[in-house]
Ligand binder design. Structure first.
Ligand SMILES: NC(=O)c1ccc[n+]([C@@H]2O[C@H](COP(=O)([O-])OP(=O)(O)OC[C@H]3O[C@@H](n4cnc5c(N)ncnc54)[C@H](O)[C@@H]3O)[C@@H](O)[C@H]2O)c1
Length: 328
């Protein structure tokens, strides 16, 4: 591992948790930062944090990255060698309800992360972007060189803004910037606001599943283990200036087939409620990962059947507390 002390924001979030655990197992000191916000039930975040806290090389601070002074004091104390910035107000739909929280965490929070990197001479910064930057692009698969200057959600616009700001910081201060566009990530300890979790819960509760766009949407789901492999490959990349990568899974699936797969592994019939497309959603998300493959050797390994099966097995083992979580 190229770096021995890495600051990760959003460590009790879904991707941050998995990434942190992998690095902690490798002996890296993970300086974890998270505000533990209540966008979804904090029970999941507290459980993830309890797992991470078992590692003596995990240094956690509950902190809002929008608060610059507190952040800079932490950096002075902990002296990280690299930053992996995953904290964000996530979610496409919620950005229509509370756009201000996206401004605070995604605009100001990201500016603060880039600014501490500049002031404390932290050369390498990786940051999470999103497939949402592709907006309503009809040219698929989505490739890095495609235009992404017309996002169709407030969330997507904040993620695009992060990519632009990163470019300015690279140009002005030479920060090595690695932007990572993720696409519907799933896996154990996954987000309760996302489809897989909600569908599994509904099936177990004998409640119907809302199938938007009549199930005709296509998605490339990405297993969190593949995402973690991609992030680590980018962290270790020898030369980095300013690059953006698509990190997505290998196979795509329609929403309807995805739901049937979940039903199959739970072993219960699925009641579906067909609905039109929702504002801000995109009909197809097929992704070109050739740049990540070429530069980083990125090769997603987890097949959707295998990943969903693994998630459902975890869900069934933990269903006593999972089914009690507040709906998000
Ligand atoms: N999971 C996906 O499918 C997906 C897809 C595309 C992009 N992303 C991006 O990847 C990153 C990680 O996503 P995730 O799925 O782990 O989301 P998550 O919501 O589980 O994790 C994000 C974490 O950031 C923390 N956070 C939010 N605002 C903060 C602030 N101001 N200060 C400190 N901490 C704050 C939250 O408490 C949360 O624990 C995010 O930037 C997200 O936008 C995720």
């Amino acid at each position: 591992m190229k770096y021995k002390r890495v600051l990760i924001t959003g460590t009790v979030g879904f991707i941050g948790f998995h990434l942190s655990e992998r690095l902690l197992k490798e002996g890296v000191v993970v300086i974890g930062v998270d505000s533990i916000n209540e966008y979804y039930d904090v029970e999941v975040k507290n459980r993830r944090n309890a797992i991470l806290k078992k590692y003596p090389n995990y240094h956690f601070s509950k902190l809002n990255i929008a608060e610059y002074e507190k952040l800079s004091k932490l950096i002075e104390k902990e002296k990280p060698e690299a930053i992996i910035h995953l904290a964000a107000q996530a979610g496409v739909r919620y950005s229509l309800i509370d756009p201000w929280i996206y401004a605070e965490s995604n605009y100001l929070g990201t500016l603060n992360m880039f600014e501490v990197a500049r002031r404390y001479n932290i050369k390498r910064v990786l940051f999470a972007s999103s497939g949402a930057v592709y907006g309503n692009n009809t040219e698929i698969p989505f490739a890095i060189e495609h235009r992404t200057d017309h996002p169709i959600s407030i969330y997507g616009a904040t993620k695009k803004a992060n990519e632009l700001l990163a470019h300015s910081y690279h140009h002005l201060f030479g920060t090595e910037m690695g932007g990572m566009r993720f696409f519907t990530v799933y896996g154990q300890y996954g987000r309760p606001d996302l489809a897989l979790f909600k569908f599994a819960r509904n099936i177990l509760r004998d409640e119907p599943i809302d199938v938007y766009n009549h199930g005709k949407m296509t998605r490339t789901f990405t297993h969190v283990n593949d995402v973690v492999d991609g992030i680590i490959a980018l962290l270790n990349k020898k030369d980095l200036k300013y690059e953006i990568y698509n990190f997505s899974g290998s196979d795509s699936i329609t929403l309807i087939d995805f739901i049937d797969l979940i039903g199959k592994y739970i072993g219960k019939p699925v009641e579906k409620r067909y609905l039109p497309m929702q504002a801000g959603d995109i009909p197809a998300a097929l992704v070109d990962i050739s740049k990540a493959a070429k530069d980083l050797g990125y090769k997603p390994k987890v097949k959707i059947e295998e990943g969903v099966k693994d998630f459902i097995e975890w869900f069934m083992k933990n269903k006593d507390w999972l089914l009690k979580l507040k709906d998000s």
